[in-house]
Design a protein around this ligand. Structure first.
Ligand SMILES: *Cc1c(COP(=O)(O)O)cnc(C)c1O
Length: 431
């Protein structure tokens, strides 16, 4: 059975449910799988739906756990919207994996909904309401708020950097009410993340509340994200007998890590390319070997504005040897001008409307040497629907972006939020 060990102290190992409820390990490290199952593609034969692939894939990861029996139901709930793999050419060499068909139109819906379903399944654990703290650079807050909205015995506080998310994103973060509170922090995303970490370490809050996290640091969001990489790679494998290579728009590295874990567990995945915006901490690390966290820089792909990605700790736990790590993935950095140009060009070329995050991946793909592009079947991962970013996208393509029904429903709701200073006492008071 798989245990989850702290990235800082391997002796702090717990089971799946405990890792979910704790969020962070007691020494401040992140939980990462101590061992990985090995699954051959044939073990997924006959499994076609995303939920069925997810159930098969996650079974060994959950192991013998209070949630074992519930897993098929949890996966059915979390994976009830599709993740279609759309061809971009006639030869089956380039695809886009659309992860934006959930209720808030970004890939984070999958992980957030899985985690919310797990928490609901484990709720009998205590009489006190659970308080979920989440720091967001954009899409996390909306996905988590939507996943937990009006679930009994759960309070959610969403922290976002005031003025650093788009007006449309802000509406998605502040439109909830009921058990979901939105806190506009006067600071950056890194301040929000630091505040969440400080809250977990705070004795006063520990006494008053049962805190849990729903950030991508929580395994309950990270692990289910393996499922769509698995399903997409299996679809390519079944059709062409070759692995699929992915270009993943990356910020805090949760999605990229899910892809790497799926590959390490035996799924037919070839190259993994991380597309970052101007926040170049990871590309620079792969080049220099020195981990140099920075303050985050505001870019058009704001959900990826992370200067100190916390999941890097898990990345190094997965590949303790730097040359292994460097061989396992590559990364590049894409500036705002190139994001804009890519949205324009690909709209003309494919008729595809990219969100700014997806555009970084499309640009990273274009920059690959021709021989590498020709050697693999590539999948550009599309992490959000462009209608979440109309202020950016519409002027570039010269037309309005069609709004899917899911987002139209959110936009119709009234908003409210509380502004706080970027310090722990302000957060304490707000909770
Ligand atoms: C969160 C987010 C990302 C970055 O994902 P990480 O798991 O943090 O690397 C990319 N695109 C969109 C649209 C996002 O919301």
């Amino acid at each position: 059975m798989i245990l989850y060990a702290s990235t800082r102290d391997a002796s702090l190992a717990v089971g799946f449910s405990v890792a979910l409820m704790q969020g962070l390990a007691s020494d401040g490290g992140l939980f990462a799988p101590a061992t990985l199952p090995q699954m051959a593609p044939q073990e997924f034969d006959g499994l076609d739906s995303l939920a069925a692939v997810a159930t098969r894939l996650l079974t060994p990861f959950v192991g013998a756990d209070p949630l074992t029996a519930a897993l098929p139901g949890l996966c059915a709930e979390a994976f009830n919207s599709p993740a279609p793999l759309q061809p971009l050419d006639a030869q089956g060499r380039l695809f886009v994996l659309e992860l934006f068909h959930g209720p808030t139109a970004a890939f984070k819906d999958f992980g957030a909904r899985f985690l919310a379903a797990c928490f609901a399944g484990l709720r009998s654990a205590g009489p006190r309401a659970l308080t979920i703290l989440v720091a967001t650079s954009g899409d996390t807050g909306a996905a988590v708020a939507s996943a937990f909205f009006e679930r009994p015995h759960v309070e959610v506080a969403v922290l976002f950097p005031k003025g650093l998310v788009s007006p449309t994103q802000e509406r998605q973060l502040t439109c909830w009410g009921s058990n979901v509170r939105s806190l506009a922090v006067r600071g950056t995303f890194d301040d929000c993340q630091r505040l969440v970490k400080a809250a977990f370490a705070d004795p006063e809050l520990k006494r008053r509340t049962t805190l849990s996290s729903a950030n991508s640091i929580n395994l309950g969001r990270l692990l289910p994200q393996m499922s769509y990489f698995a399903a997409a790679s299996l679809a390519v494998w079944r059709r062409y007998g070759e692995p699929a290579s992915f270009v993943v728009p990356s910020g805090n590295l949760g999605n990229a890590l899910a892809c790497l874990l799926a590959r390490a567990a035996g799924l037919p995945i070839g190259e993994v390319v991380l597309a970052h915006n101007a926040n170049r901490t990871v590309p620079d690390y792969l080049q220099t070997g020195t981990w140099q966290p920075r303050s985050s820089i505001a870019t058009l792909a704001s959900a990826m504005d992370v200067g100190d990605p916390s999941n890097a700790e898990r990345l190094r736990a997965l590949y303790p040897d730097f040359s292994d790590l460097r061989g396992a993935l590559s990364a590049c950095s894409v500036g705002d001008d190139q994001i804009r140009a890519r949205i324009r060009t690909d709209y003309q070329r494919y008729g595809q409307i990219w969100c700014p995050h997806t555009a970084t991946a499309a640009e990273a793909y274009e920059r690959l040497p021709a021989a590498r592009r020709a050697a693999h079947r590539w999948v550009i991962v599309s992490t959000a629907h462009p209608a979440k970013f109309p202020e950016i996208v519409a002027p570039l393509i010269g037309r309005a972006v069609p709004v899917p029904q899911s987002l139209a429903n959110l936009f119709a709701r009234a908003g409210s939020c509380v502004e706080i200073a970027p310090d722990l006492s302000a957060l304490r008071a707000a909770l």
